[in-house]
Design a protein around this ligand. Sequence first.
Ligand code: H2U
Ligand code: ZN
Length: 350
Amino acid sequence: MPAISETWLSEQAHRRYNPLAREWVLVSPHRTQRPWQGQLEAAPEELLPPYDPDCYLCPGNVRARGHRNPRYTGTFIFDNDFPTMWPEAPARRWSPSELLLAETEPGVCRVLCFHPRHDLTLARMERGAIRQVVDAWVEQYVELGSRPFIRHVQIFENRGEMMGCSNPHPHCQIWANASIPDRVAAETAAQEDHLRRRGVTLLAEYAAVEQEIGERIVFFNEHFLVLVPFWAVWPFETMIVPRRHVTALDELSAAERDSLADALRRITVRYDNLFQVSFPYSMGFHQRPTDGEPHPEWDLHVHFYPPLLRSARIRKFLVGYEMLAWPQRDITAEAAAERLRAMSERHWAA
Ligand code: H2U
Ligand code: ZN
């Protein structure tokens, strides 16, 4: 299979297809040469204390609604004090016209603290500590997913003010709810269709293609590939893809959980090293919906969507044309992968 560098794709505007989301992205490689004014120097990293008496996630502190956190030493999970959905929501539907339709959406929202230390991030945590986070994710997926009304469990992390994260304390959120969200429904349909047509799962086939070509792979370990997807929208978007067929977190072996922790640490360190900051991103797991179906078409994967483009301050916005038409990117996925590949796996601040 040909590499991009051997084709016109590294020079001419083109669109690339995302077979997982069934969407297109416009790629304009020539635009990287355009002048860039207004670039600001990177802000020096704010040095955080290991314990912050005002942080609502630090051990022993009181949260916004009066609950006191235990003096936890590993991970710590609690029900979100300001949930977006409630489990008890009575099933209601309102549709006075075909064009007006509303339904109740029951769900459970939780917050998971990764570590008692306020100043750590996945990139700065030891692999063993990240493994504990992986175990907590598996437990939450199994526990919430086994509730009869829960059909989907979304685990996601927002990092950095830029991504709307309210607190630097290392944590993620889990929103589990009754309906399968649109993005996940689209990926389910695409994977179902692919398995039916090709007799192999979409991401297994994709992983094989990327391994053969190599130019979008950032690194891999025994059980996972970390790559910039061909159809990436965000400048340094990546995916973590398992090297065997795994539909969800609950199917990972102990060794695979270690490998996932390893992959998470290594990609987040590379991200931090790119602009020598604590790299902002939204990250999350996509996996088998918990609607009771076996979903053999699904392959577990992680999406990283980071907004930074050229420095700690220059970010990508999805505005204007992108809100109205489709997303667009300037640096190619191949160039982004090359940059990430060149990064050290030793944290710049370590
Ligand atoms: P971010 O990860 O996007 O910063 O969100 C943190 C969550 O923590 C947010 O959903 C919750 C907010 O509702 N939260 C609590 O549950 N208790 C608090 O005391 C403050 C914030
Ligand atoms: Zn804290």
